[in-house]
Design a protein around this ligand. Structure first.
Ligand code: C5P
Length: 231
């Protein structure tokens, strides 16, 4: 399984996204389309980017009753995206329903599960969500649930890639946001590390948004990321 850097294309509209991607002059980085861009542009924009040859992680974090998630997954699976995600907190039946939906679409989209958002701190986990277990053990348990449901991997912090692989095997994907260059602003992210450290910890894909999209020179920032992560 090839390691890669996925750029989080968190833009308000299709024009801004295409202007950004044009900077890569014919190169086709792996991209993530999240809620902001998808809600602004819809399925046609995803089809357009697929037809231009991009690998796409559609980060819509489905979380609903199993029947609803199954039906939504069928619709999204037909877009031919490479990865789609659901919240592990929706439970095993919901995760299995997402897989069923993808199968009904006749699609080979990989489904992964969000464990705990990388913006969640141990204090919030315990104080607000009333989860008493250590954060990495919660992530590990959610990963085991996702694997048992048949999913391809999880979204977690690079800091948790090791415990996930230890429990679920090295072939179980860890897709990891929460990546920042050394000495730069974390923004709203809490459980962060650098691309180089994410590589050491065994992340399969790093998801990087603002350090690339807000950089003065985005292609140089992307190249720095891939250099540090893939080497
Ligand atoms: O700009 P930044 O590098 O923080 O972007 C990270 C991206 O990864 C955002 O699009 C965010 O929605 C997404 N993400 C995350 N944590 C998760 C799942 C997805 O930060 N657990």
């Amino acid at each position: 399984m090839g390691k890669d850097v996925i750029i989080a294309c968190d833009f308000p509209g299709g024009r801004e996204c295409l202007e950004f991607l044009d900077k890569f002059k014919g190169r086709r980085p792996y991209i993530k389309i999240g809620m902001e861009l998808y809600y602004a542009t819809g399925p046609d924009f995803v089809r357009e980017l697929k037809s231009r040859g991009y690998s796409i992680f559609l980060d819509l974090k489905l979380h609903d009753i199993p029947n609803t998630v199954r039906r939504a997954s069928t619709v999204l699976g037909r877009l031919g995206v490479d990865m789609l995600n659901v919240h592990a907190a929706g439970g095993s039946a919901m995760m299995a329903a997402a897989l069923l939906g993808i199968a009904e679409a006749g699609s080979d989209t990989r489904i992964i599960a969000v464990t705990q958002l990388t913006s969640i701190s141990p204090e919030v986990l315990k104080g607000e969500l009333l989860i008493d277990q250590p954060l990495d053990m919660v992530v590990q348990q959610y990963a085991k649930n996702a694997k048992a449901a048949g999913l391809a991997g999880v979204v977690c912090s690079p800091l948790e890639a090791e415990v996930v692989h230890a429990a679920c095997g090295v072939d179980f994907l860890t897709v990891t946001p929460g990546v920042r260059f050394a000495g730069t602003d974390a923004g709203d992210q809490i459980r962060i590390t650098t691309p180089a450290r994410a590589k050491q910890l065994g992340s399969d894909y790093i998801v990087v948004g603002r350090p690339i999209t807000s950089a003065a020179d985005p292609t140089a920032a992307y190249d720095r990321c891939t250099g540090e992560f893939i080497g």
